[in-house]
Design a protein around this ligand. Structure first.
Ligand SMILES: [Zn+2]
Length: 285
């Protein structure tokens, strides 16, 4: 049986007039206290501490991933067309690639979270968007002395004064450029616009996939025992991470090099054989 304790500093009439809004009622508070329950339980504190630790690990992962991307920038750019054509490469999370922020607008956001029908979803700048829509934009390019184009990886400034600073890296000579230049607002808002575009693409693809699943359900003559479009909703291939992408591109280049060496060796053997035949044929006939 539960026990209700009243605060006897107040009269019973006064307490009964107090609106019971659930959260703040004195009876609720006192019942909790009696039962030894705190508004924040030990389990909730543990969950918050675990989330904090996971956040720290994630920040370290992003830092390491960013270094990996820029250490292998030339490799990634050599395979740009293939990346754009391959969904699991193009959809890889590249939110670590850009950093920065500015006065009045705060830090640059390269990822955003939202809830859809109770599910948590994350939208991040993908590698495809980085390579085509962001680095393809002149505001994210700096000409390098070696003749190549350096790509902006960090920028700061003010959208009001228009002043700005960029850090860019050249994939050919590896030089890091630090330049004072304008155009902060155009860079900052372009990245924001790209996240909106990623969200629109994800929403559109979801609707397309669902419509496709409904159509397949209608066409299927052998219906499932419990027919539902969800039985046909297979989603998409999971994008790979940057670590896998870089490894696969390295392997492709090694294989291509080994194949071209093998082809060259075969050609050499054939040439030598042909020369041998040429020397033998006049005396042989
Ligand atoms: Zn250069």
């Amino acid at each position: 049986m539960s026990k209700i304790v009243f605060d006897d500093k107040k009269s019973i009439d006064e307490l009964l007039k107090t609106p019971d809004d659930g959260k703040g009622s004195i009876t609720t508070f006192l019942k909790r206290q009696e039962a030894g329950l705190s508004p924040v339980s030990d389990e909730m504190r543990q969950a918050a501490a675990d989330l904090k630790k996971m956040g720290e690990i994630w920040r370290k992962t992003l830092k390491r991933r960013r270094k990996l991307l820029y250490d292998n920038l030339a490799l990634v750019l050599r395979h740009k067309e293939e990346i754009l054509k391959t969904p699991r490469y193009a959809n890889a999370d590249a939110s670590c690639a850009l950093e920065g922020g500015g006065a009045y607008v705060g830090p640059l956001l390269t990822a955003t979270g939202f809830r859809l029908a109770g599910m948590e979803s994350k939208i991040r700048i993908t590698l495809g968007t980085l390579l085509s829509d962001i680095w393809g934009n002149e505001a994210f390019q700096v000409p390098c002395g070696c003749g190549a184009v350096a790509y902006v990886r960090e920028f700061a400034g003010s959208p009001l004064s228009g002043s700005g600073w960029v850090e860019a890296i050249c994939p050919r000579c590896g030089r890091t450029h630090h330049e004072d230049c304008g155009g902060f607002g155009s860079r900052y808002f372009h990245v924001g616009h790209m996240i909106q575009k990623e969200l629109e693409t994800a929403a559109r693809r979801f609707v397309e996939k669902w419509n496709q699943a409904e159509a397949e359900l209608r066409n299927d003559k052998q219906k499932w025992s419990r027919p539902s479009p969800a039985n046909y909703f297979d989603g998409e291939e999971e994008p790979c991470d940057l670590e896998t992408l870089v490894n696969e591109l390295r392997l492709k280049e090694i294989d291509a090099e080994a194949n071209s060496e093998l082809v060259e060796r075969i050609r050499k053997i054939r040439r030598e054989k042909d020369r041998g035949k040429g020397r033998r044929s006049p005396s042989g006939k």
